[in-house]
Design a protein around this ligand. Structure first.
Ligand SMILES: C[S@@+](CC[C@H](N)C(=O)[O-])C[C@H]1O[C@@H](n2cnc3c(N)ncnc32)[C@H](O)[C@@H]1O
Length: 245
């Protein structure tokens, strides 16, 4: 039974992204749950361990394996079943160890943004008291890397996914759109007239790559860079901000 669950945002790839509050929480945790395989990104697993070591915590570190999503199920059902199974695996991995005190999980970026850890925590029975320690999001890492403001003066911002951009096109009336979780450079499907893109991959990491410019002019370069970087590293995480003049 988990009484206290701490979800600690760790930023997007630099150990320096973890806040003082995050480091303190790691030191005060009794147990830290860490995904050990199945993510397909060993560099990211290693970063989690570097952060834990740097915090100087004496917490017990317990690994759990991510389940595989069932490709036979429709998308939403597949995600629901996956979350249920992750919650079960947290509980199984802890098996009594949770009695020792707060259980911490290191969450990529910030737990509120395109991350389901908070939703998975709500599946635990009995429900633990959940504490969220905010982290730097990929959006902040992107705007900081390009030294740009997220919004125009008094402007709104829409945050969406590559899938939604492909399926529904440019959001009606939007001026600034941030696109995450896009494995297919979905900006290719847009009319680039009057559009500027700020793109970033591996933000916060030594491999960080940035491109920006008129969408029509820079689009091919981003596609080629992304392809080459993905081939070189075996994985890639990228995000971009599009602004319509
Ligand atoms: C599952 S979401 C997690 C977002 C995270 N919770 C946050 O606060 O940024 C993963 C997506 O975030 C973006 N992302 C996360 N880390 C990134 C990084 N270091 N560089 C570029 N994009 C990143 C990518 O769009 C990626 O597909």
């Amino acid at each position: 039974m988990i009484q206290d669950l701490w979800l600690i945002g760790i930023g997007t790839g630099s150990p320096a992204h973890v806040t003082c509050e995050g480091m303190q929480a790691l030191r005060e945790a009794a147990v830290i749950l860490v995904p050990q395989k199945g993510t397909g990104k060993d560099d990211l697993a290693e970063l989690r361990h570097r952060i834990i070591t740097a915090s100087g915590t004496t917490a017990r570190v317990i690994g759990f394996d991510y389940p595989v999503r069932d490709p036979e199920l429709p998308y939403l059902e597949r995600v629901e079943a996956w979350h249920d199974e992750i919650a079960r695996r947290w509980q199984a991995a802890l098996d009594g160890a949770a009695q020792a005190g707060p259980v911490a999980l290191l969450v990529w970026g910030d737990p509120s943004l395109y991350d389901s850890t908070i939703r998975i925590a709500a599946r635990l029975d009995p429900r633990p008291a959940v504490r969220v320690v905010p982290g730097i999001t990929a959006i902040q890492a992107l705007t900081a890397a390009h030294a740009i403001p997220l919004n125009t003066v008094n402007g709104a911002v829409e945050i969406t996914t590559g899938r939604r951009l492909r399926d529904h096109g440019w959001p009606a009336g939007a001026e600034t759109v941030v696109v995450m979780l896009d494995g297919e450079c979905s900006f290719q499907n847009l009319d680039p007239t009057g559009m500027t893109i700020w793109w970033g991959a591996f933000l916060g990491m030594p491999e960080q790559i940035l491109h920006h410019g008129d969408l029509a002019g820079v689009s091919d370069r981003i596609i080629a860079t992304r392809l080459a970087a993905r081939a070189e590293h075996g994985w890639i995480m990228d995000i971009y901000l599009l602004r319509k003049a």
